[in-house]
Design a protein around this ligand. Structure first.
Ligand code: SAM
Length: 287
């Protein structure tokens, strides 16, 4: 642990996370590196110029975006080999996560150079931190294809994944994407919508996929800004088994006390007696 200031080291590439909205969401180490790096490689030099000047940093900027990433990578590797230090940032959040950065990081590592991540904001992590996923496992998919047919085909490949699915989406395609999520994955699954994270109009909402389009259409502000969408995973056989056990238990509880209903439901369905007894207590607390 070190609380004193860092200095960018010669011949080192730093992959630096920047805010996803709130300019204060930047780490002290990120600021140290951005201040002291010989070169800051940025996705959009105007966007990053704004961030840097807000923090009183004047840096030498170098453009590195999705259209020039390969040639930029070759040039950055050369500068690093000459002993310069480079900080790479994207427009928002963590480079390489649905943003340029991966090609440069890979090229630098392939050339035997030191690559150092400077972690910080990312929309996926921020959304997951507030979603409170019960099972804690998720699969990050990022953006889906723009065209309906391709999007649906890609979703079909994800339909059986048991982990929660995390998508990025822009306001332009939000409604179509959410409608397709319901069609392909099924309206019963839960959707967690994280909108405008860390910004003035930040909003979190959870509903069944079947209700999501109506909710979004209920107010045009709900469709504004940037979105992370988290869909609950494909129900597993165990979930289905428990659903059936619950159905049987509910019927038995109409005529029997909790302990007897739980014992019988466990014998009929093969589900665990203790779990069913706990559920029976919830459904029909002892008098
Ligand atoms: N590299 C970034 C990261 O680490 O999150 C992601 C960049 S990607 C080009 C932009 C997408 O990320 C947006 O379309 C949106 O889906 C998501 N996103 C970025 N900022 C967001 C925010 N403040 N709130 C919600 N989603 C956001």
């Amino acid at each position: 642990m070190q609380a004193s200031e860092f200095r960018a080291q010669p011949g080192t590439l730093y992959i630096v996370a920047t805010p996803i909205g709130n300019l204060r969401d930047i780490t002290l180490r990120a600021l140290d590196i951005l201040k002291t790096a010989d070169l800051v490689a940025a996705e959009d030099t105007r966007v990053s110029g704004g961030l840097l000047s807000a923090h009183g940093i004047s840096a030498r900027l170098f453009a590195c975006h999705e259209h020039n990433e390969r040639t930029a990578a070759a040039e950055l590797v050369q500068r690093l080999q000459e002993g310069r230090s480079v900080a790479l940032i994207s427009d928002a959040g963590t480079p390489g996560i649905s943003d340029p950065g991966a090609v440069v990081a890979r090229a630098a590592r392939a050339a035997g150079l030191t690559v150092v991540p400077i972690p910080g904001a990312s929309a996926v992590a921020a959304a997951l931190s507030a979603a409170g996923l019960a099972e804690g496992r998720w699969l990050f998919h990022g953006f889906l294809p723009h065209k309906t047919g391709e999007r649906r085909r890609e979703l079909e490949t994800l339909a059986a994944v048991p982990q929660s699915l995390v998508f990025y989406e822009s306001p332009h395609r939000l409604l179509e994407t959410v409608a397709d999520l319901a069609v392909v994955l099924g309206g019963e699954r839960r959707l967690f919508i994280a909108r405008e994270l860390t910004k003035r109009f930040e909003e979190l909402h959870e509903c069944a996929l079947a209700e999501a389009v109506d909710w979004l259409q209920g107010d045009e502000n709900r469709r504004r800004g940037e979105f992370v969408l988290i869909v609950s995973g494909c129900p597993t056989e165990r979930d289905d088994g428990m659903k059936e056990a619950r159905r049987v238990l509910e019927i038995l509880l109409e005529d029997l006390p909790a302990s007897q209903a739980a014992r019988l439901a466990a014998r009929i369905t093969g589900a665990k007696k203790n779990a069913l007894y706990a559920l029976a207590q919830e459904l029909k607390p002892s008098p």
